[in-house]
Design a protein around this ligand. Structure first.
Ligand code: ADP
Ligand code: MG
Length: 229
């Protein structure tokens, strides 16, 4: 009974997410379509053409990021459990978020272990990526006037630690408590599902989540996973 409820809740979330994604992708597509039509105009000077092209590329990147954000939900089970190297995933995350960060005037800093130590954990790579992308995306969205997003990999007490830090708007203790619960969002276009998806994935990997935040100062997510060789 309970399992059925969870299942139906899950498919409800997936279909609502699908609707939200469709909506968010339609906007950039409409913009790109309009500009491609403009390309057909005869008296278009080079400067304008380059400007339109730049917008088109940015809009397509945005659409791609939205798809990336929800990738793992669309991916059917069973999961493929493998060894994941955190250092590589931090680099991947930084690349995926780069366009979104540039768009918002945000600098991404990566901090990897100084001794080039490779930190490995076990889990489904695509879900793990999804978990990090959703947290990183929130950090970027917490920096409306630009700022710094830091992604750090470290070994602490023999465990693999990932820290995602922003110097953005921050949260109150009450807001922190609501993280990970479905449909909690303070954003106009938020789905309120990002942290729920992330936390679910991290917990399934036996990971621990710690969040510290202060209004107007910033937020720090510390994710701790069992380390493997
Ligand atoms: P959404 O991003 O669609 O709003 P999420 O589940 O990803 O949904 O996040 C829920 C809420 O948690 C956000 O609306 C925001 O208020 C808050 N939040 C999450 N991460 C941060 C952060 N790094 N800084 C400030 N607020 C955050
Ligand atoms: Mg989010």
């Amino acid at each position: 009974m309970q399992e059925e409820m969870i299942k139906s809740e899950k498919s409800k979330i997936v279909s609502e997410m699908a609707a939200a994604v469709a909506h968010e992708i339609r906007n950039p597509l409409t913009t790109v379509r309009g500009f491609i039509q403009l390309f057909g105009t005869d008296d278009l000077d080079k400067q304008k053409r380059e400007f339109y092209q730049k917008i088109c590329l940015e809009e397509l990147d945005r659409a791609q990021l939205i798809i990336t954000d929800y990738l793992s939900l669309a991916k059917p089970d069973p999961e493929i459990i493998e060894t994941i190297t955190i250092n590589d995933e931090i680099n991947y995350l930084s690349n995926v978020l780069m366009t979104y960060a540039n768009y918002n005037n945000i600098q991404i800093n990566r901090i990897l272990p100084e001794d080039h130590q490779q930190l490995r954990v076990v889990g489904d790579r695509y879900k793990f990526r999804q978990a990090l992308i959703n947290i990183g995306k929130n950090a970027i969205e917490a920096l409306p006037d630009g700022g710094v997003l830091e992604m750090q990999a470290a070994c602490k007490n023999g465990q693999a630690v990932i820290i995602i830090r922003d110097n953005g708007i921050g949260m109150t203790p009450e807001q922190i408590k609501r993280l990970g619960t479905p449909y909690y969002s303070t954003k106009e276009k938020g789905t309120g599902l990002g942290t729920m998806v992330s936390f679910g994935i991290i917990k399934k990997m036996s990971g621990k989540i710690e969040i510290t935040s202060e209004l107007g100062v910033g937020t720090e997510y510390t994710l701790t996973f069992p380390r493997v060789n």
